[in-house]
Design a protein around this ligand. Structure first.
Ligand code: IMP
Length: 199
């Protein structure tokens, strides 16, 4: 059976990738399961750079095909902030209650049509032959006036999707996977892998 390593320590992401790639007859290992314990400097300035840095570092350590993702929230009114710094915004250990309240406050008085934002996800694949491929996907929304919903994580409670009339923290995990930046990027990556293996 083909092997693939997903360069994350996040159990939620592992579950999602296992579900989406379930029909591909693959053995999917987390970094830990592959015996890798690397502290990777994510010092790129784009989601693509960071995803590729992670995928290549773990590919080189394991010798196996490796996928890695990088994601974040871009708010147009704040010139794309927090962007690639989403996890580190106001400090890695600061709670999302505080981060979300701060972003709402920075948009005080800004009308709905200027509160546009998107979650972005880039997945990189580093192949054993040195080839690298990336897949990028987004979900468009607006920053709300208050936090809503208990599901999801991070910035989900302030990210409203107008077509669903709710925040992504009010969607079930299945609903969110079907429309999210990460779900869409993973499904694109699945097609890239199929194509690579069909040759
Ligand atoms: P990373 O891709 O794991 O490095 O983290 C990206 C950061 O972006 C997360 O820590 C969250 O702050 C934010 N983020 C990415 N995707 C989502 C999402 O689906 N919901 C809420 N926040 C997200």
């Amino acid at each position: 059976m083909r092997k693939l390593v997903f360069a994350t320590g996040n159990q939620g992401k592992m579950k999602e990738i296992r579900e989406i790639l379930a029909d591909m007859a693959l053995e999917i290992l987390s970094m830990k399961e592959a015996g890798v314990n690397l502290d990777i400097q994510e010092d790129g300035t784009t989601f693509e750079e960071n995803a590729v840095i992670k995928a290549k570092a773990v590919q080189e350590a394991t010798g196996e095909l490796t996928l890695a993702d990088d994601s974040g929230l871009e708010i147009d009114y704040l010139n794309g902030e927090p962007g690639v710094y989403s996890a580190r915004y106001l400090g890695e250990d600061t709670s999302y209650r505080i981060k979300n309240a701060n972003l709402i406050q920075r948009l005080e008085g800004v009308p709905m049509e200027q509160r546009t934002a998107r979650f972005v996800c880039v997945i990189a694949a580093a192949f054993p032959d040195g080839r690298v491929e990336t897949a990028r996907a987004t979900i468009e929304g607006v920053i709300g006036y208050e936090e809503r919903g208990e599901n999801g994580f991070g910035y989900d409670p302030i990210f409203y999707v107008p077509e669903f009339h709710c925040s992504t923290a009010e969607l079930s995990p299945e609903q969110k996977n079907a429309v999210s930046h990460r779900g869409k990027a993973l499904r694109q990556m699945k097609e890239i892998l199929r194509e690579a293996w069909s040759k």
